[in-house]
Design a protein around this ligand. Structure first.
Ligand code: PNS
Length: 162
């Protein structure tokens, strides 16, 4: 049984993340998405909200589980008996940081391998940050994430403006 973890901020998940999760669920027996609880960042959504959003968006995929974690991704992988860390690669601009992270993770935990999935072309430009930026200026979010997620982004931004 090969278990993979997919760590990230997911603030919030986009179609790009959901595409990686869907495709990883075909190649691995179990995919555990790890939502990073990072106290030094100030995310738009709390870690509980990000987990909840991902749970709803992936409930149709039986071998996917959503958890939160703190600390190192390799420790999250090991504590879940995962042999693999999954990361999505959008463009060459992601590569340097992702390679450095994968190599660091390999030094820390040689028993855990990083597997990169190239993002589907239609989502190659997309990130949570881009979606929030467009939302901030009232743009159309429908190409970025499912309606439940885009509505949650709009509600959050409205609350923040009150
Ligand atoms: O979605 P993101 O923000 O690109 O994800 C980055 C993430 C969460 C995978 C990365 O920051 C991470 O693994 N953080 C946990 C700390 C850690 O393990 N760092 C790796 C050694 S460089």
């Amino acid at each position: 049984m090969v278990i993979a973890v997919y760590p990230g901020s997911f603030d919030p998940a986009t179609y790009g993340h959901l595409d990686v999760i869907q495709r990883a669920s075909v190649s691995f027996d179990k995919v555990i998405v790890g939502v990073l609880h990072n106290s030094s960042k100030s995310p738009l959504f709390s870690v509980e909200e990000r987990v909840n959003i991902l749970e709803k968006a992936t409930r149709h995929i039986p071998n996917v589980e959503i958890k939160s974690f703190e600390g190192l991704s390799v420790n999250f992988a090991r504590s879940n008996h995962a042999q693999v860390i999954i990361r999505g690669l959008r463009a060459v601009t992601d590569f340097e940081y992702e390679l450095q992270m994968a190599q660091t993770n390999r030094v820390l935990a040689p028993d855990v391998d990083t597997v990169f999935l190239t993002t589907s072309l239609e989502y190659a430009y997309l990130s949570s940050t881009i979606m929030k930026e467009v939302a901030h200026f009232g743009g159309d979010l429908s190409r970025f994430a499912p309606p439940e997620i885009t509505q949650a982004v709009q509600r959050k931004l409205q609350e923040a403006q009150k």
